[in-house]
Design a protein around this ligand. Sequence first.
Ligand SMILES: C[S@@+](CC[C@H](N)C(=O)[O-])C[C@H]1O[C@@H](n2cnc3c(N)ncnc32)[C@H](O)[C@@H]1O
Length: 241
Amino acid sequence: MMERIDRLIDEVRDMAMVNEHPAVLEIIKHRTPASVYPVRKVGNARIVKTPYSPGYYDYSTVDGYKLYHLAKTQTVTSLQRRDTTGNVSRWRTWMDDNPRHWRVMDAFAHELHGKVLLGGLGLGLVLHALQDNTLVTQIDVVEYDADVIKLMKHNMPTDGRINIIHADLWQYQMVAYDSAMIDIWVWTSLAQKAATLSEVVLCIERVLSKNRDCEVAIHGWPTLSHPRFNDALKLDINKGG
Ligand SMILES: C[S@@+](CC[C@H](N)C(=O)[O-])C[C@H]1O[C@@H](n2cnc3c(N)ncnc32)[C@H](O)[C@@H]1O
């Protein structure tokens, strides 16, 4: 692991020397709409605050940056869900507002338009970022976890365009949308990731069957996303995530 990190840092230094563009994004102060969410627990879901220590973190080539650097400790807000397998119960992070996530959610939100489908409520970052997007007329958020919906109730923007739909995205009775953002990044194993990917592909097919011009962004799968979302992030899709 340490070897891989050393190799990555060397690679980044080389890039910094040969490219005009700096390879590392320097973050002085990290704040997002979720920074003000209070620490709270509802059933099996909770909001927690986590310190990110000074150091280098993955930026997945977003805006051309491979890494970002924190010179000082920054606080990140996380949505966690209690996962119980047999007798073992542990909290797992389903979403956090780290600098890369916030940049990606904000960029996606600015590319959405018309009647929008959001798969997964999470920390509601996209909803905040959509506030100044006047091209969006309706926002349907499909979220399968009742505790997450309750937890997020007081953290969401007040916006008449938002409809929270308590349903499993895979069972949801699809209607026509102009654009969509699917972000259901909650797997805990590679097998689960593969299963989710198959479901995501089926979901894209269902969205497109209602409107073949619908522009879909899939967080974490740039190769499946409409190019406008990757362009907004200046993402190198051969290298980024
Ligand atoms: C990564 S978070 C979404 C983050 C969100 N885009 C934001 O802006 O904060 C993933 C969310 O998807 C939800 N989710 C996972 N699988 C789902 C499914 N099959 N149907 C509906 N919601 C799902 C989880 O409960 C979680 O709230």
